[in-house]
Write a protein that binds this ligand. Structure first.
Ligand code: MRU
Length: 353
């Protein structure tokens, strides 16, 4: 167990005073707490691609800080905006599914369109901090909105990690649980492992346990029987991209949880900040799903490889159909099906037909 002093030192991502993007290396958790300082485009790309920093809002914030750090290093004689755009495209290509990454890069670029380096740097500094602070505020509001959907003593199933480590303060899907704990709620949380990279076992269980929340680790495949037993009152997940019709991309296995929840009449709630909603994607069919290396399934967490020589399919995300989702909880409020209408109304968009 980590001491409370250890836990206080933990942060997901920040801009260090000496001009680096600083992250906790999540691939080492929960066994080792190590912070990394990133200064080159390649190291920021690598950290996002290898999931040293992960979770949709957190990779957006990392890219925003990264753009500022990289902008400072652009030579004075270069075409500043062109070079910054190239670096932004490079960072976006590190992971394709979470829209927060491109959202943050585009926000940084639009803050300095037409500016030279000297004028751009203070604006970029302001913008990346604004993205970070906005995320903190959104996480808090999401946590408050989510808490209104559950009651003290409820059993909650969660998939992957949508907590502090995936965003800024509170996170999204774990936000109501962390805020609820502060307010004296006693939830009984079941964290599924989340194969193959074990974000549930390594990160969610770590976060909740150290926050003093009653958390029980289960294999992904135990979720269905738990729902049948009546121990689960609601499922809480984060997400990487919400399409205009309410289809939601999140960690692989999310869809199985949602299908099971529907069968057992357990509410299935998705939590996200507005930076995760992509009105340019009409439906989940438009969302690019990242595929990752077979070694993550066969080798990474085993002392000997399983299934040597056998081909593998390792999608990092799946799309949960809008019909399976009881509500989408954002910082602005709670949307219900049909989401094409409720999301458009809440965010003042034209409904996508
Ligand atoms: O591959 P990961 O660990 O980046 O996947 C993360 C998730 O799927 C989270 O649920 C999602 O990004 C929401 S985080 C607030």
């Amino acid at each position: 167990m980590f001491t409370s002093t250890d836990m206080e030192k933990i942060f997901t991502v920040r801009l260090s005073e000496d001009g680096h993007v600083e992250i906790i290396d999540q691939t080492l958790l929960p066994n080792e707490v190590k912070f990394l300082k990133l200064k080159t485009a390649e190291s920021i790309y690598e950290a996002i691609h290898e999931l040293r920093v992960r979770g949709a809002p957190a990779i957006g914030i990392t890219a925003a800080f990264g753009m500022y750090v990289l902008a400072r290093q652009i030579p004075d004689n270069a075409d500043f905006y062109k070079e910054l755009s190239r670096l932004g495209e490079y960072l976006i290509s590190s992971r394709p599914t979470a829209v927060n990454l491109s959202f943050a890069v585009k926000k940084m670029l639009s803050a300095v369109e037409g500016c030279g380096k000297e004028a751009a740097l203070p604006r970029l500094y302001e913008e990346c901090n604004a993205i970070y602070n906005e995320d903190r505020k959104m996480c808090r509001a999401i946590a408050e909105n989510g808490l209104s959907l559950v009651k003290d003593g409820d059993g909650i199933l969660t998939h992957c990690n949508a907590g502090v480590l995936a965003a800024s303060e509170y996170g999204t899907g774990l936000g109501p649980l962390l805020l609820g704990k502060e307010l004296g709620y006693n939830f009984k949380v079941y964290s599924d492992e989340t194969r193959p990279l074990l974000q549930g076992a390594r990160l969610t269980a770590f976060e909740l346990f150290n926050a003093g929340i009653d958390v029980t680790l289960i294999c992904d495949s135990a979720a269905s029987m738990l729902m049948k037993s009546g121990k689960i009152n609601a499922c809480f997940v984060g997400c990487d991209r919400v399409a205009a019709n309410g289809d939601v991309a999140n960690k692989i296995g999310t869809r199985s949880v949602a299908v099971n929840a529907k069968y057992h009449s357990v509410p299935f709630y998705v939590f996200c900040p507005s930076s995760t909603i992509d009105f340019n994607c009409k439906s989940g069919d438009d969302i690019v799903i990242e595929e990752r290396s077979p070694e993550e399934i066969t080798t990474k967490f085993f002392s000997k490889p399983t299934a040597p020589g056998v081909k593998c399919f390792n999608p990092a995300f799946d799309v949960t159909d809008a019909e399976l989702i009881t509500a989408i909880i954002t910082e602005k409020g709670i949307c219900r099906y049909p989401y094409s209408a409720s999301l458009a109304e809440l965010f003042g968009h034209q409904e996508v037909k």
